[in-house]
Design a protein around this ligand. Sequence first.
Ligand code: HEC
Ligand code: HEC
Length: 416
Amino acid sequence: MIQTVLLFNHRYYKSNKNVHKMKKIGNFRNKSFTFIVLIFLLINTIFIIYSCTKEAEIFNTNYQYNPTPYDLNSPPYFPTNLNIPEDNPLTEEGVELGRYLFYDGRLRGYSGTNPDSLMSCGTCHLQEYGFKCGLNHPKFPEGQTYGITGLKTPHFIMPLINLVYNNEGYLWNGSLSPRNPNPDMQSLESFVSVVIEDPYEMGGSIEKAVQVISSIDFYPPMFEAAFGTPEVNIDRIEKAVAQFVRALVSFDSKFDRYLRGEEQLTDSELRGYILFTTEEGADCFHCHGGAGTPLFTTNLFYNNAKDSVFTDPADRFGFTRVLADKGAYRAPSLRNIEFTAPYMHDGRFKNLDEVINFYSEELVVSPYVHSLMHKIDDGGAMLTPKEKTDLKNFLLTLSDHNFINNPKFSKPEELP
Ligand code: HEC
Ligand code: HEC
């Protein structure tokens, strides 16, 4: 409305200016012209009065809408380029609404109570496992997730940690990205709808989701607090859930306290850190970062020499069609790696010892191995047992216990 008024005023101003000009020229004065001008002014006045009343109405109903900006409190050594769309800034109210929706099994549009028909984001993404599902989930043995329809998800699950700092694309193959021509696969917002409908995940319906959520008395006031009016629609559901996912930030590990000069690493942890960040050592840092890339990932895609035959249609190549991307996946952040077993896109390693043995002596040659896998010719970094222990001890300094216990990220004690 404000825009219309501005546009209209602008036109009004211009037309007056023209009249003025014409008067000055002095060769165009007659009654019908004056009449037209008067009518025009009259319509203008009526329109402006109407617009102002409308505007006042809007301001009146919105007088309470004043959401609190949500502060991520990122440490100064973290990237500042946040993946937050302009039309969905984080607010306390939006994140809190998103938390409820994330854990509410009715988000798929199911209104009953049969536990077998309930599935939320939080069924698969559990806080205690860094928002993966763990190895001992009663529904997902060995960490293999299934959709509500019983279909296996094509890959193992990913953690939800520090996604707000990733601008390179989400999912194992990075296909959730503005570079994807499919508009449903461009942002965390659009992805919420994909998950709600996907038979590999929640297998629900958008229409029913909106219906069910708006029928629960608790929600409309939460939508009002987050978005200004109580209306529940899919756009707002997407926005709130995406806000919650972006709020899942982690930078309070022992290693962070070490970076901030608040805590010392043990000798073994320090030796592990040096192995991690040197080419002569275990050479992990090119892909998984370090003090200079404190997300502990570049968020880029590599073939890390696990196989010689590549059949997964949804690897990085499946998205980019660039041959060099065969068998490549996103390098996950190693923050909270202690909690997020099993490891790799196919969950092939059950614990960190298996991962370290792999990088130490089990690398597999293929034409697609990434050039940063410098140790490929030796079959791995050839670590001694002591070095393996040191490397593992260092990886364990990346655990953020406050993150996996933070009540702001937890399942609400009671869903409405
Ligand atoms: C059936 C289990 C399941 C459910 C339910 C589920 N997810 Fe996932 N999620 C997965 C799996 C598996 C992946 C990895 C998919 C891949 O890359 O192939 C994943 C990946 C993701 C990612 C990408 C993370 C990254 O770092 O790139 C996001 C974001 C995500 N899920 C959010 C959600 C949200 C939000 C919901 C609820 C609306 C949800 N998920 C529900 C299993 C699930
Ligand atoms: C060339 C890049 C590269 C190098 C070097 C590298 N990694 Fe990785 N790492 C990856 C990729 C890519 C994945 C995911 C592969 C997949 O899912 O199939 C991965 C996965 C992992 C995982 C499992 C993460 C998870 O959430 O499943 C761990 C742990 C890991 N790497 C540790 C290390 C360590 C320790 C080193 C050094 C010895 C190292 N990596 C060196 C690229 C690399």
